[in-house]
Design a protein. Structure first.
Length: 186
């Protein structure tokens, strides 16, 4: 099944189709996102808007679409892939970093709002991910320190499990260089 995750109506239809087909929806794993370089002074508004749409508006729409069903059932997991650089930014990717930082705020606010509902919201914050695209765009960088996709998948799998039912509002760094982040007391 496919849908434009920036189109609220299209994604709501997809959620309805998933529920009709599977009978329920237990977990949302949000892997939607994009990256672009650009300092504040050099970033045009179209790039700014594209980064916000891809990295945070999509997360908002995805969450909003699955929440009614999860809340009705009294259980569910919403998991977002953010980025460690939202915590430890670097110069030169302003729109991307602001968007990923906004995603952290969405995770925290959602976790607080859903406290006690049986629905949890958590995020993972990988460092640079070991992908073919990153190898191509950073050929002179040592990829041995990059986050393996399998590490992200393992963490998401745990957060989706019943064993993680009391974890809400966590933002878990994955990869080297990240430290633990506390999201408060949701």
């Amino acid at each position: 099944m496919r849908a434009d995750v920036t189109d609220e109506t299209a994604f709501r239809r997809l959620v309805d189709d998933v529920i009709k087909t599977a009978g329920r929806l237990d977990v949302l794993v949000n892997l939607v996102g994009g990256f672009a370089m650009g300092r504040v002074v050099d970033t045009d508004v179209s790039l700014w808007q594209r980064m916000l749409t891809m990295n945070v508006t999509s997360a908002f729409l995805l969450s909003k679409a699955v929440l009614p069903h999860m809340l009705e059932r009294g259980t569910g997991r919403i998991l977002h892939v953010a980025a460690w650089t939202a915590v430890e930014p670097f110069p030169g990717a302003a729109a991307y970093l602001v968007a990923k930082s906004s995603l952290l705020a969405l995770i925290r606010v959602s976790a607080l709002e859903l406290k006690g509902s049986g629905v949890t919201v958590n995020g993972v914050l990988p460092t640079t991910i070991d992908t073919l695209a990153n190898h191509a765009s950073m050929p002179h960088t040592d990829p041995s320190m990059w986050t393996k996709p399998e590490s992200i998948a393992d963490t998401l799998l745990f957060l989706a499990s019943d064993e993680a039912r009391q974890i809400n509002g966590a933002m878990i760094p994955i990869g080297t260089g990240g430290g633990a982040i506390s999201a408060g007391k949701p």
